[in-house]
Write a protein of this length. Structure first.
Length: 218
């Protein structure tokens, strides 16, 4: 006896079983019990005199129907408001590579370069520059550079002969200990800063004439 909880199309299910039985050239009987109306699913399906040799095939039919039902339910989108986000999984034809799928969406192509390589290349600098900046008057912050200087990141080091503290920060940086704002560097210390433009970086010092040297990469 085979019990099933969900059968979307009872007639199709019975038809498949009868076709299977007819192929055996034997007389078989399929009885559907408790079928109150076509709008309701049967509570029980009973198969009489079914050959054991055909059981694996029957099981595969039932499993196939189950998988199809599962796929139908999982494909449903439950958001009711068009403004709600719909969760998606971006993959390529292998179902694994996100970057390749992203490349296909952006470039409209297939079989192109792996986007992971493209991303890595955008982070690898192609040029290098350097400089030196001294704070003329302690307590008066100054820009690290005088003009816009695009970069991916920069290494900034307090000069080894500094006698005070250098503080790295934005336009409100302060070196004075009591009101300090920013990141202090003592003589010989360095910091790597990832920023799009050195022009946005300021320095201040606690001693006149202390400064920094720096190398930037773009």
């Amino acid at each position: 006896m085979l019990n099933t909880k969900i059968v979307q199309n009872t007639e199709e299910f019975i038809k498949k079983i009868n076709e299977l039985i007819s192929n055996t050239n034997k007389t078989r009987k399929v009885v559907v019990e408790n079928q109150v109306s076509p709008q309701k699913f049967p509570e029980k399906i009973e198969i009489k005199n079914f050959p054991k040799s055909e059981v694996p095939l029957l099981i595969s039919i039932v499993k196939d129907l189950g998988l199809r039902l599962k796929a139908a339910f999982t494909a449903l989108i439950t958001n009711k408001d068009p403004r709600e986000a719909i969760p998606v999984r971006l993959v390529d034809k292998t179902g694994k590579e996100f970057y390749n799928a992203l490349f296909t969406v952006n470039g409209g192509g297939g079989g192109g370069a792996d986007m992971s390589t493209v991303e890595n290349n955008t982070r690898i600098p192609s040029s290098i520059g350097d400089g030196r900046k001294v704070v003329a008057a302690a307590g008066v912050r100054e820009r690290l550079v005088a003009v816009s200087t695009p970069c991916k990141y920069a290494d900034i080091m307090a000069e080894t002969d500094n006698t005070g503290d250098i503080v790295i920060g934005g336009s409100t940086v302060i070196a004075a200990a009591l009101t300090r704002k920013g990141i202090p560097l003592y003589a010989g210390q360095s910091i790597r800063v990832e920023f799009a433009d050195l022009y946005s970086i300021y320095i201040d010092s606690t001693v006149n004439g202390d400064g920094v040297t720096f190398t930037y990469y773009n």
